[in-house]
Design a protein around this ligand. Sequence first.
Ligand code: NAP
Length: 258
Amino acid sequence: MLSITEHSYGLVGKCLSHSYSKVYFDEKIAKLGMDRHHYDLLEMPTPDKIRDVSIKNNLSGFNVTIPYKESIIPYLDSIDYSANEIGAVNTVKVLRDADGSLRLHGYNTDAPAFLDTLRPLLKPWHTDALILGTGGAAKAVAWALRQLGIGYLFVSRTPEQRPDSIGYSELKDSTQLLIVNATPVGMFPNVDASPWPYPDMLTQRHLCYDLIYNPSPTLFLRQAKQHEATIQDGLAMLHRQADLAFEIWEGENKTESN
Ligand code: NAP
């Protein structure tokens, strides 16, 4: 049974002009016939404003994007087990107590979305991975790889600051056949950039996954395709993390309205 209550959802971030989320959620809400729900882009100057934004927009739930996935955590009332392990939140459910006070509960749907979209592409030789970048998205990727039993190393511009990372200059000797771009390098408008410095190393046995979805494919994936590697862009993950967020928001709403 669908919820008949009106629910306001949204995406909270600093600069949201690049976002695809509103288009996706508007289409999803229309497809489900939930016309009383709506989804808005909510730019927020600093993470400490999250309660004000939730109250002002009467939010039942929201997604969190750059640069707040980690910095929002201290302003939430609780976060679930995997979001805590990852150290980043991209989905928040807003609960209201009888006295009207808000409780904000955080989740991470990026990590299971990455896992769900990676798993069908894996071959037996994808036992070790390189994760380019060390931010919130990279941590979600690492969590998913741990669930799948795949070893990984981060690749960072400052490897001296992290014992579990290597530098880009060390990549020419790397043997990992799964490469995940979790940096913004190659994202619109800088579409002529690639985070992977040695495209000629790529082979048919490589699986190259770029979390970027605009453009699709990125220069990294175009170069990988030229070398007959298997490629995956970030769109499938974007849709999956949004669907998982909607299930979190609506799952409890449905119960409440039954
Ligand atoms: P972020 O925190 O801004 O950056 C991630 C990491 O990339 C940084 O920690 C940094 O690691 C590295 N980096 C940043 N700028 C760089 C540069 N100019 N050159 C080389 N490395 C650089 O971003 P994020 O939130 O983790 O997201 C990363 C990417 O994933 C973004 O493009 C985002 O849109 C995408 N994403 C997609 C989905 C999806 O559903 N498809 C979900 C989440 C994120 P070091 O300082 O250690 O080098």
